[in-house]
Design a protein around this ligand. Structure first.
Ligand SMILES: NC(=O)c1ccc[n+]([C@@H]2O[C@H](COP(=O)([O-])OP(=O)(O)OC[C@H]3O[C@@H](n4cnc5c(N)ncnc54)[C@H](OP(=O)(O)O)[C@@H]3O)[C@@H](O)[C@H]2O)c1
Length: 387
């Protein structure tokens, strides 16, 4: 990183944040919250009219460029927060431009392949004095912090399982990202290596704190990031779904060859743009997400859980806090995960997050004051066929 950028960043004095994809559903929420916190981010994206529209409504500067041309537009920028997904289409070029120009890079991806590719650029980024911190949203801050916390509780753990359950709606960009990823299938980590398999190939029954739910395996980013954060060599991630959605996952796996064709993806994206809007303010304010995690050895097992605000609300908070910490010089140069950079307790800084620790089904620790009776966890955990 150039001297000017490095010294300005470390002092957090006039450090400049650029939000790319700032006029998308999530990008706009992040920019609005940044302004409320006293920042003046640059509103950027590939569409001049849309970027100017958001910038002028908030009194901010707009910048228009494609990801391929990014290097020419980052000379005076200290950190880029990329909100333009699918990140499989934007992250590589923006990360390259950030390393070239000595600019820190953050994004809100949850895409496994994107994490894997960015992690390989860690030493180039370290040489350039640049932090690469993808996954600063709901994917993967809470799960990554829970993974690090479970590893702290059981350092010799050989297996890690994580599961997610979320209320509320979904934005068009998230749905398009999920669609674009469907053809890639699912993945778990075994003996330190990625193993590809169908989405939903495994199921588990999980108690998120208010009764048991059946969850299916998904290729969440943690299959990459939790390994980087903890070194635990065997990792599965599950998503709790209602029955009809579980059937859809099974169907999508059998259709994955069809869904992988560009023409079908383009048609579905077009449809999503016209038929889906992101969750409104009331849905975001009233929603909640729950995360469950288990670390184990052959003869020991620990379980912890998190309750968090609704996923987009949490994403706005965690993304901005990560950007502020990176701009303040609190993250090392090179590739970082959220918990790797800021520790397992980072997620507890977010208002409304609660963490509970269990041993043998009994709650042994609770990390916020918002206590409600907790019935603990009984023996209904169930490992899928194939384990
Ligand atoms: N980590 C998390 O928990 C989390 C939370 C929320 C969202 N997300 C992810 O964030 C992404 C955005 O979600 P959203 O709800 O904000 O979607 P959205 O409303 O559709 O916005 C997407 C934004 O990305 C831009 N974009 C897409 N492809 C681009 C490309 N090739 N080059 C330049 N810009 C491009 C779009 O610009 P144009 O209008 O010019 O196409 C738009 O500004 C999705 O991938 C979603 O899965 C993650």
């Amino acid at each position: 990183m150039s001297d000017t950028k490095a010294s300005r960043s470390a002092a957090d004095d006039g450090a400049r944040l650029l939000v790319y994809g700032a006029y998308g559903y999530t990008g706009r929420l992040i920019v609005e919250a940044a302004v409320e916190r006293g920042h003046e981010p640059i509103v950027a994206g590939r569409n001049r009219q849309k970027a100017r529209g958001v910038a002028s409504s908030l009194g901010l500067q707009a910048r228009c460029f494609t990801v391929e041309d990014a290097a020419g537009h980052l000379g005076d920028v200290d950190a880029v927060l990329n909100c333009a997904g699918p990140f499989s289409e934007t992250a590589d070029a923006l990360v390259d431009a950030c390393i070239e120009t000595g600019t820190h890079y953050l994004d809100i991806t949850g895409e496994l392949a994107v994490f894997e590719r960015i992690s390989r650029l860690g030493s180039a980024a370290a040489d350039a004095g640049v932090t690469l911190l993808p996954g600063v949203g709901f994917d993967v801050v809470p799960t990554d912090c829970l993974a690090a916390h479970l590893h702290r509780r059981l350092p010799e753990a050989t297996h890690l399982s994580l599961a997610i359950e979320a209320d509320g709606g979904i934005s068009p960009g998230t749905l398009k990202t999920a669609l674009s990823d469907l053809g890639s299938g699912g993945a778990v980590r075994r003996d330190g290596q990625l193993r590809h398999e169908a989405v939903g190939a495994r199921t588990r029954v999980v108690d998120f704190g208010d009764g048991f739910r059946r969850a299916v395996s998904i290729p969440w980013g943690d299959v990459s990031t939790a390994y980087h954060t903890t070194g635990i060599p065997n990792i599965d991630v599950y998503l709790s779904l209602p029955t009809n959605a579980r059937r859809a996952v099974a169907l999508s796996s059998s259709l994955s060859g069809v869904l992988d064709t560009d023409a079908v993806k383009r048609a579905l994206s077009w449809l999503v743009d016209r038929s889906i809007e992101g969750p409104d303010e009331a849905t975001r304010a009233g929603g909640e997400a729950r995360v469950w995690g288990e670390a184990r050895t052959d003869d020991e097992r620990v379980v912890s859980r998190l309750r968090t605000p609704e996923t987009y609300e949490l994403t706005v908070e965690t993304a901005l806090r990560c950007a502020e910490k990176v701009l303040a010089g609190d993250a090392a140069a090179g590739y970082e995960t959220p918990a790797g950079a800021f520790g397992p307790d980072f997620v507890l800084e977010i208002p409304g997050v609660e963490r509970v620790d269990l041993v043998d089904g009994e709650v042994v620790d609770r990390e916020t004051d918002e206590s409600e009776a907790d019935e603990g966890e009984t023996a209904a955990d169930e490992t899928a066929a194939g384990e």
